[in-house]
Ligand binder design. Structure first.
Ligand code: NDP
Length: 284
């Protein structure tokens, strides 16, 4: 019986990208299901992204992830992007279609949504507070709005960035979105159901940095989430637990944005537990 040595290739394009842990998570999942897929970590400088996408097409990769600084620049290089990626204005996942065209999707916010729903949050009609106005905050706010959140408050240090994002979410989703400039310890309104740190505060190595909020305004009726995957148990989540709130770490979002990509590339249900364990090993 002749055997095929061909593999389906998926890669992450980024710069710098050496410390991106996605390869460990996706390779563990491919191996667990015995699939002929490989996942490569590829350092692609900004000026070479178009060549990288040409290479992906020539070698018929099954797909790719894009990370800093390529999430916006890749859009014009693709054949099509999903409505969600268009609303968010960024692509983190590329998927080869059956006709050979390449589709861009954004799974960051969807991964977040999967993790909060699994944690028991009912999104329709909920009120959310999101700290930050960068790429992660943008994906989370748009997906919360599309999933039926009633109102979103964006809290950000740089007023221009926060106000711009609030305007974009309002305009593209129709959901009431207000911006609050972050000065001192923010008091979370008591009718909030979900509070999200979508800033880079407490990302390794700055593991002791705190999200400036008045923890006495958190309560057991709130789900408090952090996007920081490394280390996953942040000072913000510790303060929230001490206030009696339910907490959710950033590993959930990272795993679920990866499971969505895995399912789009392979057509198989992703082994989320295997993927989470692989990340936990990477982060020690
Ligand atoms: P950006 O650089 O686009 O945005 C960073 C945001 O953090 C900005 O709003 C910035 O505010 C704010 N910020 C940073 N430091 C401080 C500070 N000391 N005080 C107040 N605000 C601060 O980053 P991303 O949005 O792309 O990523 C944010 C984090 O999300 C990263 O740590 C990343 O690791 C994580 N992430 C996690 C994912 C997951 O799956 N778990 C997926 C994607 C990202 P300002 O506008 O004022 O500068």
């Amino acid at each position: 019986m002749p055997r095929s040595f061909l593999s389906e290739i998926v890669a992450v394009f980024g710069h710098p990208v050496a410390e991106n842990p996605t390869q460990a998570m996706q390779e563990a999942a491919f191996q667990a299901l015995g699939l002929p897929f490989r996942y490569l970590t590829l350092d692609v400088p900004p000026g070479k992204l178009a060549d990288a996408v040409t290479g992906l097409r020539a070698m018929t990769f099954a797909g790719a992830n894009c990370t800093i600084p390529h999430k916006l620049a890749v859009i014009p290089l693709l054949d099509e992007i999903t409505p969600a990626a268009a609303k968010i204005g960024a692509v983190n996942t590329i998927v080869r279609q059956p006709d050979g065209r390449y589709l861009g999707e954004n799974t960051d916010g969807k991964g977040f949504i999967r993790s909060v729903v699994e944690a028991g949050l009912t999104i329709p009609g909920s009120k959310a507070v999101v700290f930050g106005a960068g790429g992660a905050a943008r994906a989370i706010a748009v997906e919360l709005a599309d999933a039926g959140a009633a109102a979103i408050t964006l809290v950000n240090r740089t007023a221009s960035r926060g106000a711009e994002l609030a305007g974009l979410v309002r305009e593209r989703t129709g959901v009431s979105t207000t911006f609050v400039e972050w000065r001192g310890d923010y008091a979370v309104p008591s009718d909030t159901q979900v509070v999200v740190n979508a800033t880079s505060i407490a990302l390794f190595p700055n593991v002791n940095d705190r999200v400036a909020l008045d923890a006495s305004t958190l309560h057991p009726g709130m789900l408090v989430c952090d996007v920081i995957p490394n280390p996953p148990d942040t000072p913000f989540l510790k303060e929230a637990r001490a206030a009696g709130a339910t907490t959710l770490d950033g590993l959930g979002m990272l795993v679920y944005q990866g499971t969505i990509g895995f399912e789009m590339w392979t057509g198989q249900p992703a082994p989320a537990d295997v993927m989470r364990r692989a990340l936990e090993e990477v982060f020690g």
